[in-house]
Design a protein around this ligand. Structure first.
Ligand code: SF4
Length: 113
């Protein structure tokens, strides 16, 4: 299955979970498609149904650049918040070998530590 490369408009979003302040998802979808996965709803923004989970992967190819820009604009007090990386996808699925988005985002987070 070929991934679909997209340009994301934003990357770091406020989290709706009680235990994290922000959430970052470098990919939408997951090629593994585990039957028990709670994240199968995540493709609805692309018109994908729950049944299609595991059949698609959208790659936010500008994710590292966005992380750098958004972190630079974020006040230091907010940067100290907790950030959940990959709440609805596997950050180290096979395509990470090519795209290195998770690795790059971690590098950007480390740079503003
Ligand atoms: S996000 Fe995790 S649990 Fe869900 S399909 Fe991918 S690997 Fe499986």
């Amino acid at each position: 299955m070929e991934p679909v490369e997209i340009e994301a408009k934003t990357l770091i979003h406020k989290s709706k979970t009680p235990s994290n302040d922000y959430v970052i998802n470098p990919y939408t979808g997951c090629v593994l498609g585990c039957a028990y996965c709670f994240a199968s709803f995540a493709g609805r923004q692309f018109g994908r149904s729950v049944k299609e989970w595991g059949d698609y992967l959208y790659v936010k190819k500008n994710a590292v650049e966005l992380a750098r820009k958004e972190l630079a604009k974020m006040p230091e007090t907010k940067r100290r918040g907790t950030m959940l990386l990959s709440s609805v996808t596997d950050p180290y699925q096979g395509h990470e070998t090519k795209y290195r988005l998770t690795q790059g985002i971690l590098r950007e987070l480390k740079a503003v530590e």
